[in-house]
Write a protein that binds this ligand. Structure first.
Ligand SMILES: Nc1ncnc2c1ncn2[C@@H]1O[C@H](COP(=O)(O)OP(=O)(O)OP(=O)(O)O)[C@@H](O)[C@H]1O
Ligand SMILES: [Mg+2]
Length: 253
């Protein structure tokens, strides 16, 4: 999927969070975004997903050169946009398997019967080293932080999206679980070469596993510096205070 953010400005409750945000992600590309707490990274992910609370006051979001500003969250899911939430919600009284089945039925053009569906989901749960009993518990209720993140990836692998946003997937996952989950994601990306990924993170560990082509630093509502993986290393070393320079196309210490 080709996703383009053009001079995007976004407000929440009259507070401008994103200002003149520009980013182009081509099919199959992996981009990473890093930036201080509260700068607007999760806001960006929710704007791409289509949350109505986040008001686009200027600019545009385009998929394959067409504006999706007026496209609803549900339609965006059907188009293949998938957001792995920083803090996944829980839903009391609704089983995980029911949430997954209804979202699968809503997004899929090839419905599966219940038996096929459960077999498919249990296969993914096994790959993610999840206890399949979780499928029969209320959605994320009482799940640990890491279990919630795995549940998100289970959902993702079920829906087979074309544009993936990982909002701090690495927070809450232990080292082994992060490896398990990123192995499963890399396998998916290898089989679905047109799928693009936007990774939001504070740390380079996840980027060691899912290698981005570009790394962007967000400051003051937009991307202030872009580079390759070495930019992530510099951010980890120096923080966001920019005690590094851009010389030509090179970012130097
Ligand atoms: N629904 C909302 N109502 C009011 N303010 C909000 C809302 N959502 C986000 N904000 C504010 O917008 C700003 C950006 O928040 P956001 O969650 O996008 O930051 P972030 O870059 O993801 O930070 P972190 O690294 O801590 O996850 C913050 O000041 C936050 O309090
Ligand atoms: Mg966030």
């Amino acid at each position: 999927m080709n996703l383009e953010l053009e001079n995007l400005s976004v407000k929440i409750d009259d507070k401008e969070i994103l200002k003149n945000f520009n980013l182009k992600i081509k099919p199959g590309e992996i981009h990473a975004i890093m930036g201080p707490n509260g700068i607007g990274k999760s806001t960006l992910s929710k704007v791409i997903m289509g949350y109505p609370d986040y008001k686009i006051v200027a600019g545009d979001i385009k998929v394959d050169n067409k504006s999706i500003k007026d496209v609803t969250i549900t339609e965006r899911s059907r188009m293949g946009i998938f957001l792995v939430y920083q803090n996944p919600i829980s839903i009391e009284g609704v089983k995980s398997s029911e949430v997954l089945k209804s979202s699968y039925d809503s997004c899929s053009k090839t419905p599966k019967n219940l038996y096929e569906f459960i077999t498919n989901v249990e296969g993914i749960a096994h790959e993610l080293e999840m206890n399949k009993n979780m499928l029969h518990r209320d959605f994320n209720v009482g799940f640990s932080g890491g279990e919630r993140k795995k549940n998100e990836i289970l959902w993702l692998l079920l829906l087979k999206p074309k544009f993936i946003i990982l909002d701090e997937l690495d927070s809450g996952l232990d080292v082994d679980s992060l490896k398990t989950v990123t192995d499963a994601l890399n396998k998916y990306l290898k089989e679905n070469k047109e799928t693009s990924v936007l990774i939001i993170t504070h740390y380079t560990r996840i980027l060691d596993y899912i290698k981005p082509k570009y790394v962007h630093m967000v400051k003051e509502g937009h991307i202030s510096v872009s580079g390759d993986f070495s930019l992530a290393k510099l951010i980890e070393k120096y923080g966001y205070n920019q005690s590094f320079d851009i010389k030509g196309d090179k970012i130097c210490e």
